[in-house]
Design a protein around this ligand. Sequence first.
Ligand code: ADP
Length: 604
Amino acid sequence: MSFADEANSAVPTLPSTHSGIPTFLLEKAQKAKEGIFETRTKPANERQRLPVVPLGIERDEFTKALAELRGQLGAEHVEINDKPLKDGWYMEHPNTHDMMTILDEEELVASAVVYPGSTEEVQQVVLWANKYRIPIFPISMGRNLGYGGAAPRVRGSVTVDLGRRMNQILDLNPEDYTCLVEPGVSFYALYEAIQAKGYAHMWIDTPDIGGGSVLGNTIDRGVGYTPYGDHWACHAGLEVVLPTGDVIRTGMGALPGSNTWQTFPYGFGPYSDGIFSQSNYGIVTKMGMTLMPNPGGYESFMYTFPKEEDLGPLMEIIRPLRISNILENVAQVRHVIQALAALGQPRSKFFTGSGPIPAEVVHAAATTATAVGDYTWAYYGMAYGPAHIRAHKLALVDAEFKRIPGARRVDPATLPADEYFWARDRVAAGVPDIHELRWVNWTPNGAHVAFSPVSPIRAADATALFALGKRAHDRYGIDFFPAFCVGLREMHLIVEIVFDRDDGAARRAALDCLRDMIDEAAALGYGEYRTHLVLMDQVASTYSWNDGALMKFNERLKDALDPNGILAPGRCGIWPKRYRGRGWEMTRESGHVSEGSGVEPAGL
Ligand code: ADP
């Protein structure tokens, strides 16, 4: 299919496919798709003909093992990955590889994809993997873009795509404001189900784009933008298939006949949920989630600040307001360059030179091309509750923000309907969107990868991280897109590097820039809250207090729970015994190769 044909083909919708777009966003999605294929030049992948086989098993044995699994799950639920890799786009994403690859695209690929239909079938897959010592890699939706997408860390792993057949909302409780979901329920689907039931008194919390799995995003500790933005903190209860095939329910779910699984997260005894987030200790098959009561009104607000130096004073103003909940949501401080990128146009529209786009070009373009006009920093927030309560909080915020000379409150009535402000408005009100996709068009074949350090909400930290990021980006000639997401007592700086994934030099520059930033940030006391598959070993190595005591503990847990090392080896830097000491870690020194020199033979 040509790119033009692909651009015009219909975007899949809910409920005909679990990963589809809701009808209310269809037109927007179709437009986004056209924009993406307009800038695509990357030729189709031609190279892969034979399935990749994971190290540690012979091809014949692997083929025999897959045939056995077909017998158990049904032939149609086991697919060999022997076709050319197809990137698609956000709404039609692959489950075989990372469609935003930062390495050679065949580096992190699956050998096969399997589709279990129940917890029992997940157990069967796990037992099968143990029998043949085949690495498996679970995904829920596989839209973890910027962090590795659907790709497995070990080349040739068998991807366990849970979402395709396990995508039910098992419970939606309008009295307790809770739900129980399977891996394949997206934020879009949960939102739609709540609307369909007429439960207007319940809100969901959604990330910038709503196509991810609620469960997948939560166990990877993703965030959204309502007061329920810390998804992990808002979950209650898990069902997990352990790497040996046993099934457990955490919290109150361990009590047979429990009626509080989704309302009291802890249960009795050690709180085990934590070890199943950002780990490779289990496959989560069900998760409870709390939902936010509709606050009875809301109002978005946006302030702009003229100078780069305003960042520090702004952080000092934000901290006490955020901790005391006058600023109520996970809000964002974004640089004006992002307002340009959010227009969805290529950077070449504003600048055709090489190296980072100059500041004066950004400011001039912001003046002429955006409805908000020029500034350096923007704060996007939302006040919740009835009008009189909002008025009180907004007056406090206004007085504080206006202490910065030149601070301006943007009047939303002056903004056109497709202005980025309204996307922030919807997302902060729990309405999933797709607008955020636009900035990927900044380069042809646009891909993104994130640097996400955690820091205190302080002038010194914000300016230090900004300077660190800017220096590294300048070094590699990359445009710098900083956004500070303010949590409660800390903030995440999210820097998305947008790069042409068909350009090897651009991929390499992005990766080298990230590696520099991770090391430099760690030297100053900042660590990442989440990272891309390719960077997990490096990030894990920065959490090295007391001679790497935490990783030693993680490895002991891994060896106890997964003695054959079959589940997502290497994820989050945790390598099972079979792989350790064989050069599997990806570091600056190891270059761009993801495989080590084999695994410990079975039977040892
Ligand atoms: P999303 O589409 O919500 O972004 P993914 O399905 O890509 O999420 O999952 C994000 C990451 O979390 C994956 O890379 C995978 O390693 C892990 N993961 C996802 N679902 C599960 C699950 N059900 N059990 C264990 N790990 C999972």
